[in-house]
Design a protein around this ligand. Structure first.
Ligand code: BGC
Length: 756
């Protein structure tokens, strides 16, 4: 499987999107039905269609501050009056039917409700957090897990998920890194498209098709200093080159909705930014679906200092291009009057309502308002054994082997005592990860349970906590040290609690909490071999007793099957094959840090460090770079060849190399192709990922990997926001991470030079 970046860039900018396929397929009578409804709707009913409220028929406790209507009786009344078009964050077929019946049978026009929810990494079966899954570098895997999530979500009475998050996250202090696919634009685009395809399936009208809502439009991941809800100050070029392409990929894959970001860009909150939500999104990117506000984000225009009051906020948001207001209720309260007073044209409202009704039509809601409300499906399609098995597979494929002096894999049959030390050994509260609020608490497999199931003699596993996540325990370290001394090997289960990443979890440092670091240092001082099992929703800066361990596994938040998956990797039932989607820096203070940074005029070369672009105390490289990840076998790349050292303007070149499994075990490697444009009219990154290819090889086997590159792969956003490729010299690396690889060069020849 070869994946490329071309669709990512051209998808966003070359105007190839036009109408997404699902809307193109609307029949003429669907369009007539929508027109007819709009002609009959009152202003209040139109504003109602544009309103999405928390589902108090079947409430859950999502991580949102309390706001708006919170009781079923009032909500019933609102639906009956046609003042609500969408409910969100409730699950359960019985409650959903109750709500839908009111809309369909008791409201004047009988327009069905759209039922939405945050199914980010699973409903009942919890899959690895999206960042972890991105480490698989295998979008096809994410497509499969998204399909499984969609099957569960629709069986629980949902039509739409507020996912995938496709924000490129360049600063690990930002807690929402965990919800996306990391720091790279290409990888994020590939996963964005795969997840949209997985959620929506092939036919939107099927009762297991779940609408996707790629979010948060746009550049939410670029908030200054990683501060949640903060400001974004960004050039148009960087916005277009780094943050928009994954949205382009998601739309090209068929996404029909998106969500405006909470943050402001260059002084204008996204929710009120007409240039962003209308000119760019609809004009240039040809997006044809509808835009949600984020949770009460229209109301927040007041706190931003952008709107005078609620009425003004509703006006600004609707004029900017927000079609559906989430949770504030501002639209239904103020739009009718805003239209009557002439402040908002009726045409703006009609366009928004039409977009929303088209999406409802596209999923067959008018023909069958009871779609995805089937109690039998609810009983049989949720938390199935097949989903559990897929969760385990995905979890094992998400674990990154960061370092290994040869201690791993462990032989489960070896007669040795294993001390499992740290707050996460038997913990079940931090197995799933954030955004798993529909899942049954405590049903995830903790590490100790996973290990015991894999060990012939479970009694050889000794578990001791040592400390809490953020606090020492009286005598905890002493007990842990004693157990370590009596053991043959230590597994150190440390890192972040699940509420330390996710929304509103920005941190100033990205380190192991002090109490755990003290535990790790004390255990390391025993001299026993230590294997670190990191738990985390972001890249971390590791130090001392943690960093110097014999082996380190990045295990993120792996979901329902975490413990089993960790055992699978530790004992070598599965060979680790994941790669880092985020760079692990040496120090927190290096953030924002990403591999595709600029050279500067004074790069560090040949270890010359004085008056160079580095911190006085720290080299500005990564401890574990983007794309890094070891295996239990060894792969070697040789024989890098180009079909031609000249790339002609309208041709392609072939890149080939031989990958050999030199080790003793079967394994998988992700071959990564990077380029660098040596001289350009806007400086280019020191490396940019263009292609990935996963290869599985038996011991001793080898295979030719093959890629094709053309001019469009070399394009970038030049000054004036034009998409250009510039003739000249390019570096090319084929490697196993963003800092290694075989190197060669080629030249892109100008159109003129290649004529004839
Ligand atoms: C988040 C969104 C989420 C919404 C609904 C907001 O706080 O930013 O990502 O979809 O809540 O729960």
């Amino acid at each position: 499987m070869i994946l490329d970046r071309r669709t990512v860039l051209t998808g966003a900018f070359a105007g190839v999107l036009a109408l997404p396929a699902p809307l193109r397929a609307l029949a003429a009578d669907d369009v007539t039905r929508v027109d007819d409804l709009i002609a009959r709707m009152t202003l209040e009913e139109k504003a109602g269609q544009m309103t999405c409220l928390a589902d108090s028929f079947r409430p859950y406790n999502p991580p949102n501050p309390a706001a708006g209507i919170q009781d079923e009786k009032r909500l019933t009344d609102e639906i009956r009056k046609g003042r609500v078009g969408c409910l969100f964050n409730g699950i359960g077929v019985v409650g959903a039917r109750r709500a839908q019946e009111i809309a369909v049978k008791n409201s004047r026009l009988g327009i069905p409700l759209l039922l939405a929810g945050d199914v980010i990494h699973g409903l009942k079966t919890i899959f690895p957090v999206p960042l972890a899954e991105a480490a698989s570098f295998d979008p096809a895997l994410a497509e499969k897990t998204a399909r499984a999530m969609a099957i569960e979500a629709t069986a629980a009475g949902l039509h739409l998920t507020f996912a995938p998050m496709v924000d490129v996250a360049r600063d690990q202090r930002w807690g929402r890194v965990v919800e996306g696919s990391g720091e790279d634009v290409t990888l994020t685009g590939l996963f964005a498209a795969a997840r949209v395809r997985g959620f929506q399936g092939r036919d939107l009208r099927r009762d297991d098709s779940l609408l996707a809502c790629p979010k948060h439009f746009a550049a939410y991941g670029a908030v200054a200093a990683g501060l949640e809800y903060g400001s974004v100050d960004i050039s148009d070029e960087t916005l277009r080159e780094t943050h928009l392409p994954p949205f382009g990929s998601a739309f090209a894959a068929g996404a029909l909705t998106t969500m405006a970001a909470f943050s402001e860009i260059n002084g204008v909150p996204a929710t009120a930014d007409r240039e962003l939500l209308t000119d760019l999104l609809r004009g240039e990117m040809k997006f044809r679906g509808f835009v949600f506000s984020d949770y009460t984000a229209d109301e927040e225009l007041i706190a931003h200092g952008y709107a005078e009051d609620e009425r003004d906020a509703a006006r600004l948001a609707v004029l900017a291009g927000v079609d559906m207001s989430m949770q504030s209720g501002l639209y239904v309260r103020h739009l009718p009057d805003l239209v009557k007073s002439g402040a908002v044209p009726m045409a703006t409202i009609d366009v928004a309502v039409r977009r929303i009704l088209y999406v409802k039509t596209a999923i067959g809601l008018f023909d069958n308002p009871w779609r995805s409300l089937d109690e039998n499906a609810e009983k049989t399609r949720i938390a199935t054994a097949a989903h559990r098995a897929l969760s385990r597979e995905s979890a094992t494929r998400s674990i990154v082997l960061l370092q290994n002096d040869g201690i791993l894999p462990l032989d489960p049959a070896a007669n040795r005592t294993i001390a499992l030390i740290g707050p996460f050994g038997e913990d079940r509260d931090n197995v799933y990860g954030p955004w798993a609020f529909y899942a049954d608490p405590g049903k995830g497999v903790d590490i100790a349970t996973g290990l015991r199931a894999a060990l012939p003699d479970a009694a050889r596993l000794i578990v001791v906590k040592g400390c809490d996540v953020a606090r020492p325990i009286d005598g905890g370290i002493a007990r842990a040290v004693e157990r370590a001394k009596n053991a043959d090997v230590v597994l150190l289960a440390i890192g972040e609690a699940q509420d330390m990443s996710g929304e509103a979890q920005s941190r100033t440092t990205i380190e192991i909490p002090a109490a755990q670091q003290a535990l790790a240092d004390a255990v390391a001082a025993t001299g026993k071999p230590v294997i670190v099992l990191l738990r985390h929703g972001r890249a971390l800066a590791l130090h001392d007793g943690v960093a110097n361990a014999q082996a380190i596994l990045a295990t993120w938040f792996l979901g329902s099957e975490a413990g089993h998956a960790i055992a699978d990797i530790l004992f070598g039932n599965v060979d680790p094959s994941a790669k880092l989607p985020v760079s692990f820096p040496w120090e927190s203070g290096q953030e924002p840090f990403f591999y595709d940074r600029k050279s500067t005029g004074r790069p560090v070369i040949d270890n010359r460090t004085e008056y160079r672009a580095r911190y006085a105390t720290t080299d500005n490289s990564a401890r574990y770079p983007f794309g890094h990840g070891l295996s239990y076998t060894q792969f070697e790349l040789t024989d890098l060849k180009l079909s031609d050292a000249a790339l002609r303007w309208d041709r392609a070149i072939e890149v080939t190399a031989r990958l050999t499994n030199k080790g003793k075990r079967k394994g998988s490697e992700v071959v990564q192709l990077y380029i660098r444009d040596r001289v350009a009219s806007r400086t280019r990154p020191i490396r940019e990922l263009k292609r990935i290819q996963r290869v599985t090889l038996a011991s001793g086997d080898s295979m030719l990997v093959r890629f094709s590159l053309s001019r469009t792969d070399l394009q970038f956003v030049g000054t004036g926001s034009r998409i250009i490729a510039e003739p000249g010299l390019f570096d090319l690396w084929l490697g196993q991470s963003s800092v290694d690889g075989l190197h060669t060069q080629f030249t892109l020849y100008a159109q003129e030079a290649t004529k004839g």
